[in-house]
Design a protein around this ligand. Structure first.
Ligand SMILES: Nc1ncnc2c1ncn2[C@@H]1O[C@H](COP(=O)(O)OP(=O)(O)OP(=O)(O)O)[C@@H](O)[C@H]1O
Ligand SMILES: [Mg+2]
Length: 440
């Protein structure tokens, strides 16, 4: 059924009730019979002389197939001393990172892709998945793009951390994520429907024909995201995840940007900008060495910058000596789990199935070289098919990177982390695999 526009500033329940009733061709008397209220009472509600109860609003919404519009109008009318909520233009966006550095190519990629989807698609939202390794800068990139383009989303921006990887025990349920969005869209808590299906229908209805941006950050699975996808071409959705979420690309028409670590130059610039100490007189080679040890991962570079800023090291050379003696300890000792490379990695590791976690420990610990499924099978003592599946699971979790078809490597910091977990003696992989190609 065609919707009544919910964007009108003054949401008048009675007016909307009349509109929906007449659209279905029902007389007041007929509606009165269906909802078990008197015709006169309903008439006074329609003219605004009387307020509807919540029960009546919900019943009318169902009978008149208003898909939540009437509940929203009831909720926005402030009946029952509910705080008045605006049904328009929620802007909910965390700030961008300080000293945002580089990523011009990636930002342009998102621009072009969103434009292309705009031209290609008719009835569905534009969806972009930004995936990549832990701490590589996915959220930061999505927020940077969102802030740059905020003015284009005239009907608002919604942001939700879906807790895919983090200190929370479980990813955020779709049920709760939808409730959060409905609340931001002006639905009073007691007017939020009970089931996921109803919540999703109300959410889709409220965002339909609105020019909005949704940032679904830190998603665990494609399924978690699906109920939060609007089915309107005016909305754009940015999803970030440590997982590749191939299903969103295959089934929901999302496009993908897999984020790599910063380039060496970008990482060195970030180190310079994020450090409160002047690094201009430092040897450029020392700067490059620090960021190389950080695997050019922005999270690690920022932690190194913070260490250097404290003044406990007289020079970068001195800091490099400490980094080289125990890199992960150095990158994990700011007494803040969110600023610890080890903790960030552990959230990915703990999400792996047992066999895959074992493969990560055994294979990645010494992966300064590439590995093939045949090497993996020999190393893990499993059939080739199982080894291939485990390599693929690590690739899907962005813990391994393919270098060419059938060959993978592991980022140096993840390899160091796997080494801590592993009891495989250093060097054994190269003996078993016989690989001889070094990967930087
Ligand atoms: N381009 C950048 N410029 C400056 N700082 C950055 C950049 N990218 C990331 N950072 C910083 O690096 C840290 C990690 O970034 P972010 O949280 O975006 O990574 P992530 O990939 O989303 O991590 P996770 O996998 O845990 O979700 C943050 O402190 C962020 O401010
Ligand atoms: Mg993130």
């Amino acid at each position: 059924m065609q919707q009544v526009d919910s964007r009108t500033e003054e949401v008048h329940f009675g007016g909307k009730l009349r509109l929906y009733r007449t659209k279905l061709g029902l007389s007041l008397g007929e509606l009165a019979k269906l909802v078990h209220y008197s015709k006169g009472y309903l008439s006074r509600i329609e003219t605004g002389e009387k307020n509807a109860s919540k029960g009546l609003a919900v019943r009318c919404d169902e009978i008149l197939q208003a898909e939540g519009e009437l509940i929203l109008a009831y909720s926005a009318s402030g009946v029952g001393r509910r705080p008045r909520k605006k049904a328009t233009s929620p802007i909910q966006l965390p700030p961008t990172a300080r000293h945002f550095t580089g990523r011009q190519r990636e930002l342009s990629h998102v621009d072009l892709d969103v434009q292309k989807q705009c031209a290609d698609r008719a009835g569905t939202a534009r969806i972009m998945v930004i995936d990549g390794a832990p701490g590589v800068g996915k959220t930061t990139l999505a927020l940077q793009w969102a802030h740059r383009h905020a003015a284009e989303f005239t009907d608002g921006i919604l942001f939700q951390d879906l807790h895919g990887h983090g200190p929370e025990k479980e990813p955020l349920g779709t049920h709760d994520a939808l409730a959060g969005f409905l609340h931001l869209l002006g639905v009073a808590p007691d007017a939020v429907p009970v089931t996921v299906r109803e919540r999703a229908a109300m959410y889709r209805n409220l965002v339909s024909r609105r020019r909005m941006l949704m940032v679904l950050d830190n998603a665990a699975t494609a399924d978690q995201v699906r109920s939060l996808l609007p089915d309107t071409p005016d909305c754009t959705v940015l999803v970030t995840s440590r997982n590749r979420l191939g299903g969103l690309v295959a089934r929901d028409g999302a496009s993908r940007l897999t984020l790599e670590p910063l380039s060496p130059d970008e990482a060195a610039t970030l180190l310079r900008h994020a450090s409160t100490r002047d690094l201009r007189d430092e040897n450029p080679e020392a700067l490059r060495h620090v960021v190389r040890l950080c695997g050019h991962l922005p999270l690690a570079v920022r932690i190194a910058a913070e260490h250097y800023s404290t003044g406990q090291y007289s020079s970068l050379a001195e800091m490099i000596t400490v980094m080289e003696s125990n890199l992960l300890e150095f990158l994990s000792c700011l007494h803040d789990p969110a600023s610890s490379v080890r903790t960030a990695f552990s959230w990915s590791y703990q999400a792996l199935d047992e066999g895959v976690a074992h493969a990560f420990q055994v294979m990645c610990a010494h992966l300064h070289k590439e590995i093939t499924p045949r090497d993996a099978a020999r190393l893990l003592g499993v059939p080739a098919g199982v080894a291939t599946q485990r390599l693929d699971a690590l690739y899907q979790a962005n813990l391994l990177v393919p270098t060419e078809p059938g060959r993978y490597r592991c980022n140096s910091l993840l390899a160091a982390y796997a080494g801590e977990l592993s009891d495989v003696p250093a060097g054994s992989l190269s003996c078993i695999c016989g690989c001889n190609r070094e990967v930087s």
